[in-house]
Design a protein around this ligand. Structure first.
Ligand SMILES: [Zn+2]
Length: 276
């Protein structure tokens, strides 16, 4: 083979390698942009008014209930009256994903949107809340302490129930593995508690969860850093408020529904005068 032909073969080979490299780089860039788009949105800053109601227990009060339990408990009949009130008033329940898309991309929301959240994965969320939401045609967002499901704690929903709720259209999201205070922790602890719970949810439900709730509403800068690094799309707090902005991804305020709140009390909470 002449030197010239060898030179042409080598040149062709190098050109093919160069083109392959450029194509791979372009594909990786597109994937990176797609992955980032949920975080970056379309570049427009938006503010949207959507109440995010916060419930804990929806059950009858045990005889020995202390003040904390009383404050965290709404009886099932009262909860049904709350949901009936929302339906009668023309509210539409949406997911945190719908709120996120509206804030990031301007996707339209139904009239009077509202998000109903339930913390801690109590068994009554499966027994009482799910049927009432389904009866009303509503969706809810449930923050699960995944370690409780792992240990088959009968006071909490198990993985079969969690999967059934997800299949029924509910959002099953992370409330960490162990519900411990996230403040003052090292990175390993935070990654274990946050990433561990998200991985358990996706393994059992079969799809990725992206929403998070801080245990006890407590967090610090280190917890925010890990949440940001893990690409959590939205995280809710216990701070009071009903307005959400594009850039406030990890500190969404909510409306606490305390024990003893009737439908009239819910109307007052949604009116927002208490926030002035
Ligand atoms: Zn909690």
């Amino acid at each position: 083979m002449s030197d010239f032909r060898v030179f042409r073969l080598v040149k062709s080979y190098l050109l093919i390698v160069l083109w392959c490299g450029l194509i791979i780089a372009a594909i990786m860039r597109v994937q990176h942009v797609l992955a980032d788009s949920a975080v970056a949105g379309d570049g427009t800053l938006r503010r949207i008014h959507v109440p995010i109601l916060m419930y804990h227990y929806v059950s009858l009060l045990p005889e020995d209930a202390d003040d904390i339990r009383r404050d965290l408990t709404i009886e099932p009949d009262i909860f049904r009256a709350h949901m009936q009130y929302l339906r009668d008033e023309g509210y539409h329940t949406i997911s945190l994903y719908q709120l996120h898309d509206a804030l990031m991309f301007g996707t339209p929301l139904p009239p009077k949107p509202i998000i109903v959240t339930f913390d801690d994965g109590h068994i009554d969320h499966y027994v009482s809340v799910l049927p009432i939401l389904q009866e009303m045609g509503f969706v809810g967002t449930f923050f699960i302490i995944t370690g409780r499901a792992d240990t088959h704690d009968p006071a909490h929903v198990n993985w079969i129930q969690i999967k059934a709720m997800a299949d029924a259209g509910m959002s099953m999201e992370s409330h960490t593995k162990s519900h411990l205070d996230l403040r003052g922790r090292d990175r390993d602890f935070l990654v274990y508690e946050l990433l561990g719970s998200f991985e358990s949810l996706s393994a059992h439900i079969g799809r990725e969860s992206r929403m998070f709730c801080y245990p006890g509403g407590r967090y610090d800068d280190a917890a925010l850093d890990v949440a940001r690094e893990m690409d959590i799309w939205r995280a809710v707090t216990t701070q009071p408020g009903m307005d959400h902005t594009t850039d406030n991804r990890l500190e969404l305020p909510r409306v606490r529904v305390s024990g003893g709140t009737g439908p009239g009390g819910l109307e007052y909470l949604l009116g927002g005068d208490w926030l002035q």
